[in-house]
Design a protein around this ligand. Sequence first.
Ligand code: PHE
Length: 377
Amino acid sequence: MKMKLFKSLSLAAALGLLASCAKLPENEIRIGEFGSMTGLTSTFGTATHEGIQLAVDEVNAAGGINGKLVKLVSEDDRGKPEEAATVVEKLITRDHVHALLGEVASSNSLAAAPIAQRHKIPMISPSSTNPKVTAQGDYIFRVCFIDPFQGKVMAKFASETLHAKTAAILRDKSSDYSVGLADVFAREFSGMGGKILIDQAYQSKDVDFKSQLTTIRQKKPDVLFVPGYYSEVGLIAKQARDGGLQAPLLGGDGWESPELYAIGGKAIEGSYFSNHCAPDAKIKQVMDFAEKHRAKYKKEPGALTVLGYDAAGVLFDAIRHAPSLKGPDLRAAIAATKDYQGVSGAISLDADRNAVKSAVVLKVHHGRAEFVATVNP
Ligand code: PHE
């Protein structure tokens, strides 16, 4: 019995070894995608995947890149940093991907980036905005703006457009994104002459925010800045209104999800957030993309889908120009990205491997996000 088990185990090990030694197909480009396909931020991963898949289908339908077809390997990290690190290690060592696309949430990108860097496999985040992400190393890129800009946009909007003199902050202390964005908002709003009356915290997965909201209501702020992700923000909006706090809520791109309106309902109406692009913008490339997206998925695309598509587009463009698929060659080609015409705007990567792009301010109205303003860097 024991012998038999041992035998089958060693057979499995031998087969595994054989498989990993087997020659990898040379005529394919392997792209690893990692994201939260399930969990508390599941719409981040699934929406991004729609954009990436669309880009892969298009490029393959056109014959691939330099004669090679693109093979997409997608992994679910369930929105957890530890899982992001595990699946990225797997994508590199088991699947031998040439490049990585992901993640959305900054904490997950931060957990994965050092692994990509160590293996010299380029990683492009479509939408992580915390500055530390690309600072992990020269193989780490992003195709979106960063939070020092986004936080300033919302501080300026609060101060100049809403004429807010005072603000309260309710931050997710378990999220690098939320903490970074809250700090920028506080600094910028104060610099513009505003006053931060109170700065409260919660943690991802919390469902009861009543005690923080009671403390905040007593301070009577003109606006409440909540730089969190949609699941908690929806609940916070509800509990704020139930508790009699009427000030508009302000937030960042982490609000982006159809679930925000499903969870927040009436309570989130009249609030504002910054984002990467406006779904209702009358911009030709956005309208063309929406049409393609509608044909494939029978629904409207959001900003995350657009950024997933653009991240893949930037990568494909670099692959087209790189002398080989080797990490250092790909890295150099991505770093040279200049004026790539994305759906979310023109993308040029700066010396810190970040894109410099404009932001939009959106207002929640009738259960969707309406375009209010574009802010240039
Ligand atoms: N910018 C967020 C982060 O870094 C992620 C995000 C981007 C969420 C765009 C929604 C839309 O954590």
